[in-house]
Design a protein around this ligand. Structure first.
Ligand code: SF4
Length: 213
């Protein structure tokens, strides 16, 4: 890399100029229950794939109690369009039971409590906290966010947990939530894992991995 990692503020300003000041998740949802379910089901799947499954699922299941008492074979069949659907069905039912019994039917609002729920790791918890409650306890690192972070020189790691720790030191706390969504927009648009398209990237002038001279 020829250039140093660019200033976080400059990167945020340029990304916001292209993708908007507050881009949101592309997982379809109408309330916090639907958001939680969509985020829990989304790992290892595209948002499009997840949205296709949840559009039918949300017509059948409205509350955490619906998931908690669901027949596991039927729930598995209802989400069988997703990768790892059997594991996800087990986690969803168990998480719904725990939300009902331990958290009085309310989705917990802290990283620690969210991560006690089956199937919830830091990424899922970060998305839920930021998108659902406007709470920034961390930065959700998905594959797009990981690729962009490495190309910008913000992290050398591949492990999302380590990338997140590097990003938390670089980005201002007030921008933790938006950072993830802006990096995802960039990753989908020009900074694709398989092929970066630097000539049309808004960061080409400051990115250490830019192929533009
Ligand atoms: S300039 Fe190229 S490598 Fe850098 S963020 Fe943009 S697309 Fe990715």
């Amino acid at each position: 890399m020829s250039r140093p990692a660019p200033s976080a503020l400059k990167v945020l300003r340029l990304l916001k100029s292209k993708y908007g000041s507050d881009p949101r998740t592309q997982l379809s949802h109408k309330n916090k229950t639907e958001l939680f379910v969509a985020v829990l089901l989304s790992p290892q799947c595209t948002d499009k794939q997840t949205n296709k499954v949840t559009s039918a699922l949300f017509k059948k299941y409205k509350t955490f109690n619906d998931y908690a008492v669901a027949d596991i074979k039927k729930l598995s069949a209802d989400i069988s369009g997703l990768n790892y659907y059997k594991t996800k069905a087990r986690n969803l039912k168990a998480a719904a039971q725990m939300i009902n019994q331990r958290f009085n039917g309310k989705i917990p609002r802290t990283m620690k409590e969210l991560m006690e729920l089956p199937g919830v790791g830091r990424k899922v918890a970060n998305v839920m906290l930021n998108e659902g409650f406007g709470i920034d306890e961390g930065i959700a690192v998905d594959t797009h966010c990981a690729v962009v972070s490495r190309r910008l020189g913000y992290s050398r790691h591949k492990d999302p947990k380590k990338i997140e720790q590097d990003l938390l030191k670089k980005m201002p706390k007030s921008a933790w939530g938006v950072t993830s969504n802006l990096f995802i927009e960039l990753g989908r648009d020009t900074c694709k894992a398989a092929k970066k398209e630097c000539p049309r990237c808004v960061l080409q002038g400051i990115c250490p991995s830019s192929t533009v001279k």
